[in-house]
Structures are given as structure tokens and as C-alpha cells.
Design a protein around this ligand. Structure first.
Ligand code: HEM
Length: 125
């Protein structure tokens, strides 16, 4: 199939699982982020796994379980500042590097993270 999805190009669910684990390991240790997240990140990581699977063109796992993502609305209970968006993106970039997600497809993915992270900002510094 010449029209491969990003999901297929990066190695499917196995890669997304590794990315999510590497990401929340950092979030849970980040002084600017950890206090806004639950101590136990298991459920958060599972939701992100379901979400990123569909975000990158895989099965619509998140929507099947939780309905429309409405990502910005779901972030409204939290103060997402520009600084925290920068921290979030830093954790994601490092997680991508850790699992060896690199090259043009990784750059494309990271661009989408940048756009989405900026869209989540709902609070001034
Ligand atoms: C949930 C913070 C950006 C996807 C959450 C939660 C927090 C948070 C505190 C709730 C965690 C929980 O209670 O389990 C942030 C911050 C961001 C950011 C500070 C910085 C910009 C993003 C981006 C994405 C994303 C860019 C997607 C690419 C999600 C998803 C959930 C979530 C899927 C779970 C929603 C649910 O079903 O409750 N985020 N987030 N977030 N975030 Fe973010």
C-alpha cells in the first residue's frame, strides 16, 4: 500500500507504547509538570496511547472508548501555560530521541506535536 499511515511508518502500536512510556517517565520527573499530573501515570499513559494511535492514522481506539477527543476542552481544568507547553514538548522530543524515532517522519510528527501543544495553551504565564 503506497498510502501508508504515519502509524504504520513508525512501527504501529509497539512504537507508540515505547514513546508514551519514555514520555511519561520524563513528565513524572519534571519539576514544571509533575504536580499537575496524577502520581500514578498508568491511566494517563494508557489514554495517550489510545489517542496517539488514532492521531497518527491507526485504529480509532481513543474515540471508541472515550468519545470525541475534544482535546482542548479536556485540558481546560489544567493551567496549560506557554512554559508548560515548552516543557511538554521538551519531554516529547527527548522521548522520541530515546526510542530512536528520527528522520523525516519524526520531524513531521514533532511538528504536529508543536501545533497541538500551542493549541492547548489556555493560561498566560
Ligand atoms: C491529558 C497536560 C499537551 C494529549 C492531560 C492531563 C494533563 C495534561 C495535566 C490530565 C492527565 C490526567 O489527569 O490523567 C498537558 C500539558 C500540555 C499538554 C501541560 C502542554 C501543552 C498535550 C498534547 C496532546 C495531549 C500536545 C496530544 C498530542 C492528552 C490526552 C490526554 C491528556 C490524550 C487524556 C485526556 C483524557 O481522556 O482525559 N494533559 N497536555 N496533551 N493530554 Fe495533555
Amino acid at each position: 500500500n503506497p498510502q501508508k499511515t504515519i502509524y504504520e511508518m513508525i512501527g504501529g502500536g509497539e512504537t507508540i507504547r515505547r514513546l508514551v512510556d519514555a514520555f511519561y517517565k520524563r513528565v513524572g520527573e519534571h519539576p514544571g509538570l509533575k504536580d499537575m499530573f496524577p502520581d500514578d501515570l498508568t491511566e494517563t499513559a494508557d489514554k495517550q496511547y489510545l489517542f496517539l494511535t488514532q492521531f497518527f492514522g491507526g485504529p480509532q481506539l481513543y474515540s471508541e472508548k472515550y468519545g470525541h477527543p475534544m482535546l482542548r476542552a479536556r485540558h481546560m481544568p489544567f493551567a496549560v501555560t506557554p512554559e508548560r507547553a515548552k516543557f511538554w514538548l521538551g519531554c516529547m522530543r527527548e522521548a522520541m530521541d530515546e526510542i530512536g524515532l528520527e528522520g523525516p517522519v519524526a520531524d513531521f510528527i514533532y511538528d504536529r506535536f508543536i501545533q497541538t501543544a500551542h493549541h492547548m495553551v489556555n493560561t498566560a504565564e
